[in-house]
Design a protein around this ligand. Structure first.
Ligand code: SAM
Ligand code: SF4
Length: 427
């Protein structure tokens, strides 16, 4: 989501203020730091990064520094208090106001702060992407109304708001006309998508997926992230459409009903297993990935073993896992937590090792199979090679001409490495 927002900031400033992007901060007239506050560590990094940029203002007094994203939303004017050389503070929902904020900062030399949640105004104000890759993100909804007890998102990004379908479809049509072949629909909980079409008919994510699949040129669709509670039968049936990648990211967080209740996830482990079984009745070999929080306040060894058990039942593919991080204003921040940090770390290591074993098995089982891959770029490691992603989200490197970038090709997988695959081109 932040990657998408950052690219929109670049598009805004380039198209509306004729700026050019530079990778060298010493050369910049404007530096924007897009931030994440989902855990404490990335939040702390914000101030150390700002500290590194501070001296640039001595050489270039005209330099404007802006802080956006969820830390900006959460901390507001405290950012200016702690780092008075920051000129602009804007939240995830106000990044479309950047050009005006920038003009004001240049003119008045006074800091400005706008971290409001002006509904979904942002999207109608954003320009089309200036440059495109074969695979693109498209945001379909913002915010979250689930209020899981550990999570800061509803406070920093606001409540769930869905984008009108026409706007989404126009953005995707524009992208596909420019060569984009894969669309990744984005939102904190995309399956909470609720909208109406121009005739007033109700639309949910399953309906939107069908409309996206009907767009000429769009050949692969992904969506992220979903909540198990709203991973409903209509959405499961959407996987009958082969344009949906054979991959699902459906975070479960924990395999213990007791912890899920404390997390206020509003479902039990059984529901999760049931949904995956239904999905596998349609796509027997689909890759399932998840997010896990380890060491939630009061998590016992038994609770943790239940999570390990669930990992074995589902056979999760490569996933994201984190040690619980206490976030300001969330209910979990006040929960009694008697699990020592060393214990949490050891659980995290065990969980990650088990996930790696599963993911490795899946990669090994792909050797010798034929995979349809969207070629996205030149390989970073091997000059002369090109790279793409399999449906189950693995990078594959193989020999082939650069002009295949942007096309789907069939490959035979020849080798499975820990973080990527190698392959041979078939056609
Ligand atoms: N909406 C998605 C869901 O409900 O699964 C998750 C979105 S959240 C931005 C991404 C992940 O960050 C979560 O799935 C969770 O595992 C992790 N996360 C959120 N708050 C956290 C916290 N306080 N400590 C550790 N991990 C956290
Ligand atoms: Fe955070 Fe996801 Fe829960 Fe929403 S559903 S509060 S984004 S973890």
């Amino acid at each position: 989501m932040n990657e998408y927002d950052s690219s929109k900031m670049v598009d805004m400033m380039c198209s509306e203020r004729n700026m050019q992007q530079t990778k060298d901060p010493a050369e910049a007239d404007l530096i924007l730091l897009n931030t994440c506050s989902i855990r404490e560590k990335p939040q702390e990094k914000v101030f150390s990064q700002l500290g590194r940029w501070k001296p640039l203002k001595t050489n270039n007094p005209e330099l404007i520094i802006g802080v956006g994203g969820c830390v900006a939303s959460q901390e507001g004017k405290n950012i200016i208090k702690r780092a008075p050389y920051v000129d602009m503070v804007f939240g995830p929902q106000t990044l479309h106001r950047l050009p005006k904020m920038y003009d004001d900062a240049v003119k008045t030399k006074l800091p400005s702060i706008d971290t409001s949640f002006p509904k979904i105004e942002k999207f109608s104000k954003l320009p089309n992407a200036l440059s495109v890759n074969p695979s693109a993100f498209v945001s379909i909804m913002e915010g979250c109304s689930k209020f899981c007890s550990f999570c800061v998102v509803p406070y920093t990004r606001g409540l769930e708001v869905s984008r009108p379908p026409e706007q989404i479809l126009n953005e995707i049509k524009n992208l596909s006309e420019r060569g984009v072949r894969e669309i990744n629909l984005l939102g904190q909980n995309v399956n909470a998508y609720r909208a109406k079409d121009i005739h007033g008919a109700k639309l949910r994510l399953a309906d939107l997926l069908q409309l996206v699949a009907d767009i000429n040129g769009v050949d692969r669709i992904r969506f992220t992230t979903s909540h198990p509670l709203q991973f409903t039968d209509d959405l499961i049936s959407s996987f009958e459409n082969k344009k949906l990648a054979n991959y699902l990211h459906l975070p479960v967080q924990s395999g213990s009903d007791r912890i899920l209740k404390l997390m206020e996830r509003k479902h039990k482990v059984e529901l999760y297993i049931d949904r995956i079984e239904k999905l596998r009745a349609i796509r027997s070999d689909i890759s399932i990935s998840s997010d896990f929080i380890v060491g939630f306040p009061g998590e016992t060894n038994e609770d943790f073993e239940e999570t390990m058990n669930l990992i074995n039942i589902i056979g999760f593919d490569q996933s994201f896992s984190f040690i619980f991080s206490s976030r300001p204003n969330t209910p979990a921040a006040d929960m009694f937590d008697d699990v020592p940090y060393e214990e949490k770390l050891s659980r995290l290591n065990r969980l990650q090792a088990l996930i790696n074993v599963n993911a490795n098995k899946i990669s090994q089982s792909m050797i010798g199979t034929e995979q349809n891959v969207l070629v996205e770029k030149q390989s970073k490691k091997d000059i002369g090679q090109i790279s793409g992603r399999t449906e189950n989200n693995r990078w594959v490197n193989f020999d082939g001409p650069e002009d295949l970038i942007g096309s789907f090709v069939n490959l035979t997988i020849t080798e499975a490495l820990p973080n990527s695959l190698r392959a041979r081109l078939i056609n």
